[in-house]
Design a protein around this ligand. Structure first.
Ligand code: NAD
Length: 358
């Protein structure tokens, strides 16, 4: 049976980078003699312009009927004046909620050839390879009660988790750690927050199911510092929603360019895959976008939804090879650096396909 991939390219550079990711996936499937069925639907600003809503029903239906959803990016200044719940970003939030994924996976890694691109010192970032597993449907962003009382000048949000919500995301972190360097660092603020004490106790309990994985706990404030001073010490980092939002963005500096990083949201009805960058309106339509984050997102589709680990690894190897050979998109060339061959978005996609050894 064909693997059904829904592509919602969205706005700005979304269509440019997803096109390259899909071309790489098509090459992989055809080499493996497997069938890939790609369906395209609108989301974000382009859907507002055409359908009057950022998430048309037919996009949602197609997403729910697919094996995986690959999203480009949404948003742009054209739609900034709209009320928040009708803007392009609302379409993405609605899609995430409908698909129901509760674990957001975001790698932060250093590629030797790119390490000089990171604002951190080479000897600190070199070899770093962290996978964030962030709980996505609970905590402060969703907890009730929440209110801004304009009369009294008070506002409050609630950080709330159940043992089950913590245990299910913890199991995902431990499962992934078993396939990596077998270490989970759980982040909390257990010295102050009761919800973090429950988090710590539950994660410690789940760890007993995984005797081959080492568990350590870190307080979020010291973790923010440790990620910058000793990123190589971490393998899988497990966090609740808010802490993960902040720490995973902080960690993007390890790689050196937003355009390099993939993400996956799993655990719901259908997994959602997106490069972490936005629609980059400043460079859209100019062939300047780096497609490697989207291409590496395609590798996550293969690993986590299509059971094609060897092919996922082949894509990652091809990306490294292309960088090793000195090929770059403009975002990967700092200042007056020389010795690189600067490519357009489509040229970079073609190079990765040429370097695929399946
Ligand atoms: P952005 O990620 O779009 O861009 C930030 C900077 O990084 C820009 O200078 C951009 O040119 C550069 N950049 C981003 N991706 C790149 C790539 N692949 N190759 C080369 N350079 C790249 O973030 P922003 O500028 O804050 O937001 C722009 C729009 O994107 C806004 O409307 C925002 O709401 C939206 N956004 C969407 C998502 C999403 O769809 N998941 C995420 C973040 C922002």
């Amino acid at each position: 049976m064909a693997f059904r991939l829904l592509v919602t390219a969205g706005d700005g550079i979304g269509p440019e980078v997803t096109r390259e990711a899909v071309a790489v996936l098509q090459a992989v499937f055809s080499h493996a003699d497997k069938s890939l069925e790609v369906t395209e639907r609108r989301i974000g600003g382009v859907a507002i312009d055409t359908d009057g809503t950022p998430l048309p029903q037919e996009t949602l239906d197609a997403a729910l009927a697919s094996d995986a959803v690959l999203l480009g990016a949404v948003g742009g200044s054209k739609w900034n004046a709209l009320p928040p719940d009708t803007r392009p970003e609302a379409g993405l939030l609605q899609l995430r909620a409908a698909l129901g994924g509760f674990a957001n996976l975001r790698p932060a890694f250093s590629i030797a050839e790119l390490a000089a691109n990171s604002p951190l010192k080479l000897e600190i970032v070199s070899g770093a390879d962290i996978l964030f597993v962030r709980e996505l449907l609970g905590g402060l962003y969703f907890g009730a009660p929440r209110e801004w009382n304009r009369q009294t000048g008070e506002a409050w949000n609630t950080m709330r988790y159940t043992r089950e919500e913590i245990a299910r995301v913890a199991r995902i972190a431990f499962d992934l750690a078993q396939k990596r360097r077998k270490k989970v660092t759980s982040v909390d603020k257990a010295n102050v927050l009761e919800v973090s004490q429950l988090w710590r106790a539950t994660v410690t309990e789940v760890a007993k199911e995984y005797p081959d994985v080492t568990l350590e706990h870190q307080l979020v404030d010291s973790m923010a510092m440790l990620i910058m001073t000793a990123p190589r010490s971490y393998d899988v980092v497990l966090t609740e929603n808010l802490f993960g939002d902040i720490l995973s963005d902080e960690s993007a500096v390890i790689t050196g360019s937003l355009g390099m990083l993939p993400s996956a949201t799993i655990g719901g009805k259908v997994n959602l895959y997106e490069p972490i960058h936005g629609s980059a309106p400043d460079i859209a339509g100019k062939g300047l976008a780096n497609p490697l984050g989207a291409i590496l997102t395609g590798a996550l589709v293969l690993r986590l939804s299509a059971n094609m680990e060897a092919e996922a690894a082949a894509i990652q190897a091809a990306v490294r090879k292309v960088l090793e050979m000195g090929f770059r998109t403009p975002d990967l060339v700092r200042g007056d650096a020389t010795g690189f061959t600067v490519l357009t978005t489509t040229e970079m996609g073609a190079k990765v396909r040429a370097m695929l050894h399946l």
